[in-house]
Design a protein around this ligand. Structure first.
Ligand code: CDV
Length: 261
């Protein structure tokens, strides 16, 4: 059996004033719980190290860049990597990435169980808007602060399984799962960061702190269950009928909009 014990590290709200060191302490506390629960892998949310800053409108690029990481690990996240190595737990978490070329991505990474980064994904489907929207109670400015990911949806082998990543809004596109499944993905790590209702957003953004809502959900996953598609008449790779899928693979939303006019 290929078993992976996975911890879903759900974090409570992170306030604007909370710095990365404080957040990393919360993440390490969840890792300690994961260690007690014999986890092999822990998955944290999207943009796990800071408040969900796309809620806030900023014009000063210096102020924006302060939410981004220029290297990973860095001084603030090193304790997280050290704990993961000590416990032999692989990590996946999201953060805002600023590249040496000055490019901005909404990124997640995966480590092996020695805290070496072995995989990186950059969010492809960025929701929201680019300019301040006075109609909205809360801004959603991902399109302003990030560019769409340029790495596609790769799949990596780790812990004797094929693993992929996507981030939050990506989960709403079946194409995301399809592209990874066609590369053999058995496990997709998906961190997200999205309050369900307007009133929840108000509570999270304005008032609530924070670590009391951190929680770890643990499940032991038998990766051999992924053989289902192959072992039955449903072999989803073999019986695809790509001649009927052109509409979803050859046209972008922009083309489809033009056709409607
Ligand atoms: N962080 C996200 O990507 N959130 C989106 C919201 C804005 C719709 C989501 O799909 O959950």
């Amino acid at each position: 059996m290929r078993n992976i014990v996975i911890g879903a590290a759900q974090m409570g709200p992170i306030q604007k004033a909370e710095n990365r060191d404080a957040v990393v302490l919360r993440m390490v506390a969840l890792l300690e719980q994961a260690h007690e629960a014999h986890c092999n892998l822990v998955v944290f949310p999207e943009l796990a190290l800071t408040t969900f800053f796309p809620r806030h409108y900023m014009e000063d690029q210096k102020e924006v860049d302060a939410w981004f990481e220029v290297e990973m690990p860095n001084a603030s996240t090193q304790p997280l990597f050290d704990a993961a190595k000590r416990f032999s737990i692989a990590l996946s978490f999201g953060y805002a990435e600023l590249t040496p070329e000055g490019r901005h991505f909404n990124t997640s990474i995966l480590t092996d169980n020695q805290a070496n980064i072995i995989a990186k994904y950059r969010k492809v489907h960025l929701p929201g808007h680019t300019e301040y929207d006075p109609e909205r109670d809360f801004q959603h400015l991902e399109k302003r602060y990030f560019e769409p990911g340029d790495l596609g949806f790769p799949v990596w082998q780790s812990q004797n399984a094929h693993m992929g990543m996507c981030i939050c809004n990506d989960r709403r596109w079946p194409e995301v799962y399809r592209v990874m499944a066609l590369q053999g993905a058995e496990l997709i790590m998906l961190g997200y960061n999205t309050p369900a209702t307007n009133s929840q957003q108000r509570e999270f953004v304005v008032a609530r702190a924070s670590s009391e809502d951190d929680e770890l959900l643990v499940h032991s996953c038998d990766m051999d269950q992924c053989n289902f598609g192959k072992a039955t008449v449903f072999d989803f790779d073999r019986h695809r009928r790509i001649e009927h899928y052109g509409l979803i693979t050859s046209q972008t939303g922009v083309v489809l909009e033009e056709q409607k006019r």
